[in-house]
Write a protein that binds this ligand. Structure first.
Ligand code: PEP
Length: 241
């Protein structure tokens, strides 16, 4: 099943200063009556300012991570409730860079997703195989295991989105074949607890390859890193939705 309203999510990662809010404003100006969901996830320092800058526009704002607890002695972390309070409506969780750089497990991702849901945020949960796992023929085992372990029990299409991001395709300019994306998305769809949960593809999505990826039946949108930083590039991807 594919959704009528697709979702384009931009992940700015650790990029962006206040001056870059002009890119967010330019994006919003380009899509005054968006027919799809458009989301920008800036670094935590910009969530509040971006939410203010985009207030009343069709572009939503999200976070890139949250802690599983609501408050407490966790220096440097932010809670889902804080993101919601700053104006976020969604939060990316379990990105492969967090799984690699911070040793996040799928169980921790599920706990963070439960915290996001409790705060009223949509959790965008990332899963994906490494290149060596793909070479070893383990792709479906890896992503289905991550899917099963990263989703909290209460996950539904109203509060959860899944992003399939092959680790080897992130920031590399390399993408799986359309057949490989189809195979993984079909397997994910068949194993979702709620069939209407959106499935995003992420990994080197660019204006030049967005349309063919979005044409895949079980692709409901994209999670975009590098190409989401500039309104002209992200706008071209959104236009292909
Ligand atoms: C990402 O950060 O989730 C991502 C897919 O990055 P890129 O589009 O740059 O590959």
């Amino acid at each position: 099943m594919s959704h009528a309203c697709k979702l384009a999510t931009g992940n700015w990662k650790m990029n962006g200063l206040r001056a870059d809010l002009d890119e967010a404003r330019a994006l919003a100006a380009g899509f005054p009556d968006a027919k799809c969901g458009i989301l920008l996830c800036p670094p935590a320092t910009l969530v509040c300012a971006m939410a203010d800058a985009l207030s009343g526009s069709a572009v939503m704002v999200g976070g890139q991570d949250c802690h599983a607890q609501t408050t407490g002695a966790h220096t440097g972390d932010i809670s889902a409730q804080m993101l919601a309070d700053a104006g976020a409506r969604q939060v990316i969780l379990g990105h492969s860079e967090r799984r690699a750089d911070h040793a996040e497990t799928s169980a921790q991702v599920a706990a963070k997703a439960a915290a996001a849901h409790a705060a009223g945020l949509v959790a965008i949960i990332c899963i994906g195989e490494t290149e060596s796992q793909r070479d070893a023929g383990q792709t479906l085992d890896v992503v289905l295991s991550q899917l099963a372990q990263s989703l909290p029990d209460e996950a539904t299409s109203a509060n959860t989105v899944i992003a399939y991001e092959p680790v080897w395709a992130i920031g590399t300019g390399r993408t799986p074949t359309l057949e490989q994306i189809t195979e993984v998305h079909d397997a994910l769809r068949a194993n979702l607890p709620d069939q209407a949960i959106s499935l995003l593809y992420g990994g080197s999505v660019k204006p030049g390859n967005a349309a063919e990826i979005f044409a895949i039946a079980n692709v409901d949108g994209a999670l975009v890193g590098g190409a989401s930083l500039k309104a002209v590039d992200f706008g071209a991807i959104i236009a292909a939705l």
